[in-house]
Design a protein around this ligand. Structure first.
Ligand code: GUN
Ligand code: FE
Length: 449
């Protein structure tokens, strides 16, 4: 079952169109178009179901397997993969200067970049990440290489050449030479990604690293460039006490306000972290339709606080989830879902046992696993303004076939068969061997035959 394009596929599909709720399409048939889009969703009893069930090219999934939408990693630093699980005991600003910038600087060498990016993309696909919004490095050539590797391996990707030009904040051997260079190199990168042969899946992203590493001239020029090129934007926003305080001290306003003034908050912008957003910041972000990449695991190390996810969702912000490799020491979006639920529970209950329960936490902060699942799929797709994350006509068929009974896997069931009862155990306990096959736009990109 390698290519589903052009075929009807029969099985049990589970997705989460709304937060906190599942839709189970039991024994449904999806007709996949020649471009990998979903053309029809037919449920048992419907005339289309009867008709498609007769087709000689029907592909039927083995009983017991469950199909879920592909996972969308809304914030990941591709070059930091070699540092996964290292250097997590220092604050963000020390981590960047002592560990992260020196590692990223090595991507000036395309051979160094190629080996590491290849392993990363293979690992992410095998882990079920069908779409990733990547920060690459400051280097145009290696960033383009990442885009090519994603294209070659079949991942849906949005890739940013990182812009960072402030000599006061960035090392001499790892920065754009000037604001003009940050802008012209970004423009050249956008053009190069768009010109890649047969590129139907990889998009360029305007990527100012974060305000502390950029000059005003670069930030303003990149905001204008994003509008001129009609491009996605990504950056970090109010991640930690230090990062939040830096912007306040520099402009006398919040990160979100400052980014907005530079024209960097659009419907296709994604702000990583945003832990310290005020209510008025959330109102700005909501009014622009800008997305938030919530990175719960990373925030435990570098965020100094827990992002008020439930408040953001109640205010109608477009939120998805990110691993933030290597600020977060796992590339698995299933782990990101787990951390999201756990962090929200810590925020609700509070953490200091010497405080009375009544004042220890922030009431009504918890989210459940089904909400995390929604955010990791449909939420990420919505934040990117792409038709992914749902089994609906018009959406791309990006999907994971989960085998709950894979012998090397970690899901254990004792007779339960109801998919709606199985989905939480899948999300909590699945590991890579349970991900039998991975599809992007109807083509198999990982898993066994
Ligand atoms: N802020 C600026 N750069 C980075 C980065 O690489 N990782 C994280 N977590 N925060 C950042
Ligand atoms: Fe980050």
């Amino acid at each position: 079952m390698t290519a589903l394009r052009g075929h009807p596929v029969r099985g049990t599909f589970v997705h989460a169109p709304e937060r906190g709720a599942l839709e189970v399409l039991a024994d449904a048939i999806l007709l996949i178009g020649a471009e990998g889009n979903i053309r029809l969703v037919a449920r048992p009893g419907e005339p289309d179901h009867e008709r498609l069930a007769q087709r000689s090219d029907l592909m039927t999934l083995p009983a017991g397997q469950v199909v879920i939408p592909g996972l969308v990693d809304l914030h990941i630093h591709a070059p930091q993969y070699p540092q996964l699980g290292r250097a997590l005991d220092v604050p963000l600003e020390v981590w960047l200067g002592q560990h992260t910038f020196p590692l990223e600087a090595a991507y000036a060498d395309p051979d160094f970049a190629r080996t590491r990016y290849t392993v990363l993309v293979d690992d992410l696909l095998a882990s079920g990440t069908t779409t990733a919004l990547y920060f690459a490095t400051v280097h145009r050539e290696a960033s383009l290489l990442l885009a090519e590797i994603c294209l070659d391996k079949g991942q849906r990707a949005l890739v940013g050449k990182v812009a960072m030009d402030d000599p006061a904040a960035c090392p001499a051997d790892y920065r754009d030479a000037s604001p003009e260079a940050a802008i012209s190199e970004t423009r050249a990168f956008i053009d190069a990604v768009r010109a890649l042969p047969d590129n139907d899946r990889v998009l360029p992203v305007v990527t100012p690293r974060f305000i502390p590493s950029c000059t005003d001239a670069a930030l303003a020029g990149l905001g204008k460039l994003a509008a001129d090129c009609d491009c996605h934007v990504q950056t970090h926003c109010s991640e930690s006490d230090w990062a939040h305080g830096h912007v306040m001290a520099r402009y006398g306003m919040s990160d979100a306000e400052a980014l907005d003034r530079f024209g960097l908050l659009t419907r296709r912008s994604v702000l990583a972290h945003s832990v310290f957003l005020s209510d008025s910041d959330m109102a700005i972000v909501q009014s622009r339709g800008t997305g938030i990449a919530h990175c719960a695991l990373s925030n435990m190390y570098f965020g100094n606080a827990v992002f008020p996810l439930r408040r953001a969702l109640d205010k109608g912000l477009n939120v998805g989830l990110g691993t933030d490799i290597s600020g977060g020491p796992s590339g698995s979006m299933l782990e990101a879902c787990r951390a999201t639920v756990q962090a929200s529970r810590m925020l609700e209950d509070g953490v200091d046992a010497t405080e009375p329960a009544s004042t220890r936490g922030v009431p009504q902060s918890r989210v459940d696993m089904l909400t995390a699942f929604h955010l990791a799929t449909a939420g990420g797709g919505n934040a990117l303004d792409l038709p992914i994350g749902l089994f609906r006509p018009g959406y791309q068929f990006d999907a994971l076939v989960i085998d709950p009974d894979a012998p090397d896997g970690t899901i254990r069931r004792f007779g339960e068969t109801d998919p709606s009862q199985l989905i939480e155990p899948i999300l909590y306990t699945a590991t890579r061997p349970n991900i039998a096959r991975v599809y992007v736009s109807g083509s198999q990109v990982a898993g066994h035959a």
